[in-house]
Design a protein around this ligand. Structure first.
Ligand code: ADP
Ligand code: ZN
Length: 736
């Protein structure tokens, strides 16, 4: 523990206050009565202006940097909650993302607890679930004993729990716990237990072994190294993750495993649970405060060795992290969309440097930035080019919806998809119908030739705004009247485009009244556990067709699925976002990867008005490298990442004119500071709940030294003029 000598009568404190003051530490006096408790990493109460605010003690010092200091009012913790390396990490991140240090420190803390937590005495009465329990629960064996089922699910989630705690935390009686022990469903934790249950552990394939050898070499040497694992869908990346974790644990270190959304990957939890048992901590957003606190302490105490969670689990309090894994590293959910707007991959890289960790990024469709980093030697590329058991990748058919229309088919299903579905139902196989829909899709598309109106200056699709009936470019702000006839083919079949999942579901029911259809989208998955319930029903064969949005594209490993239909590939293609092609390629590859994971060969039908678009073409051929090469050229031409660094400054306010003026000032200030400025322009979602949003994009070469200064100058200028709220998003992923 860090003890400060008494002559260090001052302390630097980060105050938990919004705005630019949050980015620097302030000096305070340490009163003699608090001198022993005021150690780095504790939370303190300090006066700030006329308020009392929460602060984090950074360090003690002998003399303050300013002449007048005020005293710390109280120290809130008996022992530091934050370690020095983690505080340094937060400081670095705050600088990079232009936000307050405390915003990051807060992410590293356990959740606030209303009840005081007693110091735990060691209990010999600790239990874990018997090896086979997950399978028995899935098979519904305990449906008649809901209390027992509840207790077991709790244990499965937590790895190991004491008898008393299990009863009180899971809300069951001690009798229930004892009954489970008698049935052999709960077994005592043997301290020497390896944590491996009798789950089948497969023999590695050659490709898996080669990848693992490289990772293990870095782990054994204890050196920082970053790997990009590019493996096609169904190539067995998870097994590489599991073995890498074991290798890290063998070195006495901890592993952090991030997945895009835990609720979408119940299979992942099961697999990790089976392999690591009580050594696993699972952090997800639906944990109650008490559960979260317990997991946090288990990680912090080093009892939990593997941490599985979504984005924010990157801040888990591991003392000796040795390995960090990001599964599906290209996923957008790794970027937090409200302050602090960090990307888990960037944070992971910083931790890897600081702690000398191995970073393992895995994906079938790596982000362009990541693959480029691998090409340049920053990451080491590992490849799994084949599916397990040499299963073929699915055959993909691209259907030209313009031709369908010309031949008189006005329905939302092409003949190929209709035939495919009919056949699939006849064979008693399963199908997924996928519709890519992110919020809205109001681009203008010609049904005759597939033309979409784009900005000639920014290479993004223009968005139709109902309010002024004009097409807007959301990067540069230019606007124009929508054409009455298509500029390419001259017909008048050019209009706005979009269809919902509900519509698709209705169509399926109309065509095939006997088909059992499930729908998975934001409307049907609002309730807790709803997503998992739909997933389980589909997996167990209770439905023939699953209709859904992005949610169905990820993580589903259902052997019965032989057909995947992409109802409209174009919705992703024409988002006003420079990553639109990349998103399209990724989502098509992911959703296609759901087909043919069992013994039967899979088929995919992609419906589109742009059959020749390179993202669709390359996805249909499973050709990541060709896609990457082409997309990289586009990025270079337009100066977008990885060839440019972006910062998005967002201006929000109730008064349209004020916000526009504010954006103007911000843009001007950034320009004066010597970086490229795109905008100001109204955001694609210009008005949300009566708040107007404008944005300014700041762009520079990746190594440009003036980038941060320009962002800071723009923010200062904006705050001076006022008229709305300002925020900045560094390396933005969401361009809406
Ligand atoms: P990915 O994440 O690359 O899409 P998964 O990790 O889901 O692929 O693996 C696909 C399937 O192959 C899973 O059911 C997994 O259990 C199985 N699998 C993985 N490695 C092996 C192996 N070496 N031998 C046999 N089956 C394996
Ligand atoms: Zn433009």
């Amino acid at each position: 523990m860090l003890v400060s000598p008494p002559e260090m009568a001052f302390a630097e404190v980060w105050v938990d206050v919004a705005g630019p003051v949050g980015s620097k530490a302030f000096d305070y006096q340490v009163p003699p009565d608090l001198a022993t408790r005021a150690v780095p990493g504790t939370r303190v109460l300090v006066p700030f202006g006329r308020r009392r605010v929460l602060g984090f003690l950074r360090c003690r010092k002998a003399s303050p940097a300013v002449s007048e200091t005020r005293p710390i009012l109280n120290v809130l913790d008996d022992a530091p909650l934050l370690s020095l390396p983690h505080m340094e990490l937060a400081e670095g991140l705050a600088r990079y993302y232009h936000c307050g240090v405390a915003e990051f420190l807060r992410l590293m803390l356990p959740p606030p607890l209303r009840v005081a937590v007693r110091k735990k005495t060691a209990s010999p009465n600790v239990f874990t679930a018997a090896p086979d329990v997950a399978r028995q629960l899935a098979a519904g064996r305990l449906r008649r004993a809901p209390q027992q089922e509840k207790a077991l699910r709790f244990v499965l989630q937590h790895g190991a729990v004491a008898r008393q705690e299990l009863a009180s935390l899971a809300g069951v009686s001690l009798g229930v716990v004892d009954a489970l022990r008698q049935k052999g469903l709960l077994v005592p934790v043997d301290p020497s237990w390896s944590g491996e249950s009798d789950q089948h552990v497969p023999e590695l394939t050659d490709h898996q072994r080669t990848a693992l050898t490289s990772i293990r070499a870095a782990l054994d040497a204890g050196r920082m190294e970053m790997f990009l694992l590019h493996g096609v869908t169904g190539s067995g990346k998870t097994e590489v993750y599991l073995r890498s974790c074991q290798a890290a644990l063998a070195k006495g270190r901890q592993a952090i495993v991030l997945v895009p959304e835990l609720s979408l990957t119940p299979q992942m939890i099961e697999v990790f649970q089976a392999r690591f048992g009580y050594r696993l901590a699972v952090l997800h957003s639906r944990l109650a405060a008490g559960e979260r606190w317990r997991e946090w302490t288990r990680i912090r105490a080093g009892q939990a060795r593997v941490v599985l969670g979504a984005r924010s689990a990157i801040f888990a309090p591991c003392h000796r992290p040795g390995l960090i894994i990001l599964d599906e590293e290209h996923e957008f959910s790794y970027k937090q969309e409200n302050s602090p707007r960090y990307h888990a991959r960037y944070v992971a890289e910083q931790i890897a440097h600081k702690f000398g960790c191995v970073l393992l990024l895995g994906s079938a469709t790596p982000a362009v930035e990541s693959y480029q980093a691998a090409c340049q030697g920053e990451y080491r590329l590992l490849e799994l080019p084949e599916r397990i058991e040499a299963r073929p990748l699915p055959q993909v058919l691209v259907v030209d919806m313009r031709a369908e229309l010309q031949s008189g088919n006005r329905t939302i299903f092409s003949r190929a998809l209709t035939d495919g579905l009919a056949n699939c139902l006849l064979q008693k196989e399963q199908a997924i119908l996928f519709l890519n829909r992110r919020g809205f899709s109001t681009f203008i598309l010609c049904r005759e030739c597939g033309t979409v109106i784009r900005c000639p200056h920014c290479s993004v699709s223009l968005t139709y705004h109902q309010s002024d009936r004009l097409l807007h470019c959301h990067y540069c702000g230019r606007r124009r009247r929508p054409p009455d006839t298509c500029p390419t083919c001259g017909t008048s079949r050019i209009r706005s485009f979009g269809a919902g999942t509900q519509r698709v579901e209705e169509e399926v029911r109309r065509h095939w009244p006997q088909a059992r259809v499930l729908r998975m989208d934001v409307d049907t998955t609002g309730r807790k556990g709803a997503h998992e319930a739909i997933w389980r029903r589909f997996r167990s064969g209770e439905a023939d067709v699953l209709v859904g949005t992005q949610m169905v594209a990820k993580g589903l490993d259902v052997a019965g699925v032989t057909l995947v239909g992409v109802v409209a590939a174009d919705t992703a293609l024409h988002l006003p976002d420079f990553r639109a092609a990349e998103r399209t390629f990724q989502v098509l590859t992911q959703v296609a990867g759901r087909a043919g994971r069992g013994a039967q060969q899979g088929r995919v039908v992609i419906q589109t008005y742009n059959p020749d678009h390179f993202a669709i073409q390359m996805a249909s051929r499973h050709d990541y490298r060709a896609f990457f090469a082409r997309e990289l050229r586009e990025r270079q031409t337009w100066g977008f990442p990885p060839f440019g660094r972006l910062g998005k400054i967002i201006c929000r306010g109730k008064k349209c004119d004020d916000v526009a003026r504010l954006a103007e000032v911000v843009a001007e200030a950034a320009e004066k500071a010597g970086v490229d400025v795109l905008g100001p322009a109204p955001a694609p979602l210009e008005r949300i709940k009566d708040v107007y949003r404008w944005q300014v994009l700041v762009r520079s070469h990746p190594g440009h030294p003036g980038f941060d200064a320009a962002v800071a100058a723009a923010m200062v200028a904006g705050r001076e003029v006022g008229g709305g709220e300002l925020s900045v998003d560094i390396d933005p992923m969401d361009m809406m």
